[in-house]
Design a protein around this ligand. Sequence first.
Ligand code: HEC
Length: 101
Amino acid sequence: MKLALAAALATSVLLSGTALASAELATQHKCTTCHAMDKKMMGPTWKEIAAKNKGQADAEKTLAEAITKGVKGKYGKVPMPPQPKAASDAPALAKWILSLN
Ligand code: HEC
């Protein structure tokens, strides 16, 4: 009983830790100067990106590539400049964005 509780607690800490880590990554890489969860800024909201790519084959790869190489014409007229410094974190960021659906 105690053990099960401890395991459940550990799991929830781990899970929220992952979500937090990715939100922190987005802040660290300054993605948040153009993107927010609900408020449209220069770039589309994280939720808008998640919704648009929902159910797409290879969505994770598409987003990771867009982050590293930049993307334009998919949401509006403003292009996103490439973020090469975020390349190693791009898969984690892509996964996190898609998890917001
Ligand atoms: C200078 C502003 C700016 C910064 C900084 C920025 N973005 Fe973007 N981002 C945009 C814009 C604008 C678009 C929409 C481009 C379009 O219409 O194709 C976009 C689109 C995206 C998409 C959608 C790609 C797709 O194929 O649907 C993702 C994912 C994304 N950004 C993630 C990030 C991440 C992660 C970072 C930080 C490493 C970041 N962005 C930093 C402006 C920015």
